[in-house]
Design a protein around this ligand. Structure first.
Ligand SMILES: Cc1cc2nc3c(=O)[nH]c(=O)nc-3n(C[C@H](O)[C@H](O)[C@H](O)COP(=O)(O)OP(=O)(O)OC[C@H]3O[C@@H](n4cnc5c(N)ncnc54)[C@H](O)[C@@H]3O)c2cc1C
Length: 306
């Protein structure tokens, strides 16, 4: 080794090491566990400072740098950290999860092996009712009696589909074909590896209230139990500047500026001009951009004047 060569040690997180391989249960039979990882907050800082050859400085300086990087979308230093998870997820949730193309994935093969004998079941008080204002979402829960019937039907369906699947296998049908009628609630397992930058994108989209309940449960565990231990400074900055922040469009800004000046009529006129305020049966009709603006105004404790 040359005299100039810097002796390096591996960055590690003792908090994450302490839970390596530990299973975090999710839903009724799912889980997440950390299999391996590379890098920590210090690796982000090292990468950001590589251009002038200085490593990690004092902790408060590292914190400031990480917060600056996140605020200014300087994302590549976060790609220096990677994490590998072992997840067990119902297939319909997995279908949403796998859309995050920047991960590396290896999934359990139901061509090669018998399908996992577990299906995500819904308790009677967990049946969500279709929202009328948001086509993608739900609003409230089914009544008790209805929920009990739905859960009973669900059990019959699960039992029947598994029974037919097992019978097909017994009769020698190929696993790749026998599986075709298994429901989407069947659990699958995968190894999922992603860098910290793209993981934050996943968490921003999947921890958020508009994401489906099931994937939100997984995302919350990854964020609150795993990233918080792995890269606490990054996690803190992500929450402050990304997850709990708000963005304002040009139109939002004009309405908020009118409201800040106490000009409620002007704010209302602007909202009408943007086509966000139309009436149905004498009441403001649902309009997605106005609704989103109202959510931001509520967060800011600003009274809505229409
Ligand atoms: C609430 C919600 C509802 C959704 N509804 C639907 C739906 O109805 N139908 C549907 O099909 N999907 C839907 N999606 C999936 C969504 O459109 C994205 O595919 C998914 O969230 C993955 O996000 P991503 O592309 O940012 O992630 P990744 O695939 O991990 O990509 C990360 C980033 O890398 C870049 N990138 C990756 N691949 C490419 C590429 N090929 N070209 C250019 N840039 C690339 C982009 O900047 C991207 O943001 C929904 C997602 C959410 C959160």
């Amino acid at each position: 080794m040359s005299e100039q060569a810097e002796k390096l040690t591996r960055n590690f997180s003792s908090e994450l090491d302490a839970i390596l391989g530990e299973t975090f249960p999710v839903l009724d039979d799912g889980f997440i566990r950390v299999v391996d990882y590379m890098g920590t907050d210090e690796s982000v800082v090292q990468a950001a400072r590589v251009s002038y050859g200085k490593g990690t400085k004092k902790r408060h300086e590292d914190r400031g740098l990480i917060r600056y990087l996140i605020r200014h979308h300087h994302t590549t230093p976060f790609e220096m950290c990677e994490i590998k998870l072992h997840v067990r997820v119902p297939m319909d949730t997995w279908r949403q999860w796998i859309r995050h193309r920047t991960a590396n994935v290896n999934e359990y093969s139901t061509r090669y092996s018998v399908a996992v004998n577990a299906m995500y079941s819904t308790r009677p008080d967990e049946w969500r009712i279709q929202a009328t204002t948001n086509r993608q979402g739900s609003d409230g829960f089914a009544q008790k009696e209805q929920g009990e019937k739905l859960s009973q039907q669900e059990k019959e369906l699960h039992d029947l589909s598994r029974k037919i699947y097992d019978e097909r296998l017994e009769q020698g049908v190929a696993r790749e074909q026998a599986r075709k009628d298994l429901p989407l609630c069947t659990y699958t397992e995968a190894y999922w590896k992603i860098d910290l930058h793209n993981l934050m994108n996943f968490l921003r989209l999947r921890m958020e209230g508009h994401a489906q309940y099931e994937i939100r449960q997984y995302a919350a565990i990854i964020g609150e139990e795993i990233v918080s231990r792995w890269a606490p400074l990054t996690w803190e900055a992500f929450k402050d500047y990304v997850f709990n922040s708000a963005t304002f469009s040009e139109m939002d800004g004009r309405v908020i500026s009118a409201l800040a000046a106490g000009e409620k009529d002007r704010a209302k006129a602007l909202v009408e001009k943007f086509g966000w305020l139309k009436y149905k049966d004498g009441k403001p009709a649902f309009q997605i951009e106005r609704f989103e603006l109202e959510e931001k105004l509520k967060k800011l404790n600003i009274e809505i004047p229409w």
